[in-house]
Design a protein around this ligand. Sequence first.
Ligand SMILES: [Zn+2]
Length: 256
Amino acid sequence: MTSITDKPISAIVYSHYHLDHIGGTDTLIELNNKKYPSKAKRGLRIIASKQVNDNIKQYADFSNNGSINPKVPVPTETFSKRMKTINFGNQKLVLNTLKGAGHTKDNTLILLPKERVLHFVDMINPDQLPFYNFAGAEHFPRGYIRDLNYLISDKFCAKWDFINGGHGNIGTKTDIYKLLDYIHDLTLATKEVLNSTNYPTIKADGNHFIWFKRWQNTITKSVKERLRNKYSHMYGFDAGVVESHAAMVLNELIDH
Ligand SMILES: [Zn+2]
């Protein structure tokens, strides 16, 4: 914190309820209070959407006497509309809970309009393939693709230049197009492999769990090889992430 500013933290915005993003809030506040004791008396603003607040309650620990112990400090300000503009001094932020809910229902897009910077976590990390299972995307592919398309839509694309995905490099719109291209290639390859892969007999294994896993592995490995030429230079390619992505596409194809 002190490497960024010599000023105290006056407000915190929760992007969404995943502890790898907001689990350190207590420590941050503690350090802030120690370094700026006068600020501690006045307290700190914690801003989050209603959905984030609901999740904080839902995932709280319950003690034997029935009291609720949230794992992070509860917000001091919540908003229930899809969009909310807030100000820290002369810093303006526009918060937007997107309809696709690609990562999670509570994931909040944060735009700094003056700087033309987006903070939209766990959806994209430029120069990397998406993390396993598209970083746990709850609404893949439809909601996920919908949110990515919103970023480059006529309505929104003119408002920003740089995006921070929370786990990697800073990116631009080009990275959004590349990610959509990857999803397109992945889907096409999975469809092709699915259509050309024979079903082994279940009888040979005597257990359809084993059969399904082997069938899924055969397809996802083959999808990865089809993508090797174009994507093997990307961080994570040989770590098994492509197979996890292909399994999600495969599930979508056979379930819906
Ligand atoms: Zn997350």
